[in-house]
Ligand binder design. Structure first.
Ligand SMILES: Cc1ncc(COP(=O)(O)O)c(C=O)c1O
Length: 398
């Protein structure tokens, strides 16, 4: 393969998204090549021995490394300003590996309460099985962070904005407290996307993504990423990932590489459409509470403005009623699809209490602000007028 273009780190973000990490084969293809192969062959047995010893730098097996996956990883690392990116099969593989690769029995983990259901399951149900002590805090309350991090801690894990109530956590403040407690700080940056928020600049040590969301953003594939520095990766993740096998498929990596090329354009348009839909929802009488960090009424609006470039493509709201009314509303939509995914070109709507957070115990779910009248919408790239009309006719059905 050809060498990478030089000085990629100096490129501006849009250039990194389009060209970062690309290496061409001898055919000089324009588009990144798809190496749909599980393994690689050797000229002689001794070569394989050297490769497994780590004395020959070459591709061995696609669970360890693959040229298309490597292009995705390099592009992501360049974009985030990280030394290393590990592509993973899903966002949850990234979250699980980021925690399990580092934590040991007896370690302490502190997490914010407002987490995606599966993240919460991994942190609060799986980790304790392996002897990890887990404490949950209200992520927006710095007093609770101070108290929880007044003791030695190994890891801190947050989402900001959170799924689905769009809580904003002060990343810099929590990073400082985490570091004082001796902890490594992981930020799940899915809702913000790499375009709208840079957790490393705010003190994060590890950033994780579900690439399934805006990075693919076209409903085609699952994927994930873990980003961190080279030393931390070498000590905690490289061997762990190679041997436990949450590898990203080359085909999915190829889709994600192409997804990155249009990420900025798509995210900007998602944000613009979301603002228009939010303006409409603000006037809708059946909406009793509206969650969107771009609204001055959002409790962490000033913080969102300070640490994000824009406010994202998700809007969450409560309606007058309960599960029956929420379901009637969802079932009345004619354009927006009922789906638990998000960050897609197509607008998608979900009822978190019965889907993404169904397995969270009821009292805790209510403490997270996820009642049966809560609805989450991921705003897509359709004409916002069509989206508003669809929502309006569904509100009429209530
Ligand atoms: C905040 C957050 N983190 C992680 C995930 C998991 O990603 P995946 O579905 O790719 O495993 C999701 C999925 O919805 C999410 O919303």
């Amino acid at each position: 393969m050809t060498e990478r273009k030089p000085n990629q780190k100096n490129w501006r973000p849009s250039t990194k998204l389009v060209r970062g990490g690309q290496r061409r084969t001898q055919f000089q293809e324009t588009c990144e090549a798809l190496f749909l192969t599980s393994g690689y062959v050797y000229d002689e047995a001794a070569q394989a021995e050297l490769a497994f010893k780590g004395e020959l730098d070459r591709y061995i097996y696609s669970r360890f490394k693959n040229p298309t996956v490597a292009m995705f990883e390099e592009r992501m690392a360049l974009l985030e300003g990280a030394e290393v990116c590990h592509g993973t099969a899903t966002g949850m593989a990234a979250v699980f590996s980021a925690l399990a690769g580092y934590l040991r029995a007896g370690d302490r983990l502190v997490v914010s309460r407002a987490l995606f259901g599966a993240c919460r399951y991994v942190a609060c149900e799986v980790m304790p099985r392996y002897g990890i002590d887990v404490e949950v805090v209200d992520g927006t309350d710095l007093g609770q962070w101070k108290a929880a991090l007044s003791r030695e801690t190994k890891m801190v894990f947050i989402e900001s904005p959170s799924n689905p109530t769009l809580e904003i956590i002060d990343i810099q403040a929590v990073a400082d407290l985490a570091h004082k407690a001796g902890a490594k700080f992981i930020v799940d940056n899915v809702f913000a996307t790499p375009v709208l928020q840079s957790p490393f600049a705010l003190g994060a040590d590890i950033v994780v993504y579900s690439a399934t969301k805006h990075i693919d953003g076209q409903g085609r594939c699952l994927g994930g990423a873990i980003l961190c520095d080279a030393e931390f990766s070498e000590e905690n993740y490289a061997r762990f990932l190679r041997n436990t096998g949450p590898a990203l498929s080359p085909f999915n990596a190829w889709l994600l590489v192409k997804g990155l090329e249009t990420l900025t354009l798509r995210v900007e348009k998602h944000c613009e459409n979301t603002r228009k839909v939010v303006s409409y929802l603000e006037k809708e009488k059946a909406v009793t509470k509206l969650y969107y960090p771009g609204l001055p009424s959002h409790p962490q609006h000033a913080l969102a403005k300070a640490q994000m470039q824009d406010f994202g493509s998700i809007v969450t709201f409560e309606i007058d009623g309960g599960k029956k009314e929420a379901f009637r509303f969802l079932d009345s939509l004619k354009l927006i699809d009922i789906s638990n995914n998000l960050g897609d070109t197509k607008s998608l709507i979900t009822h978190p209490a019965t889907t993404t957070h169904q397995n969270v115990e009821e009292a805790e779910r209510l403490r997270m602000g996820i009642g049966e009248n809560l609805i989450r919408v991921s705003i897509g790239l359709e004409d916002p007028e069509d989206l508003k009309e669809d929502l309006a006719q569904a509100f009429k059905a209530l």
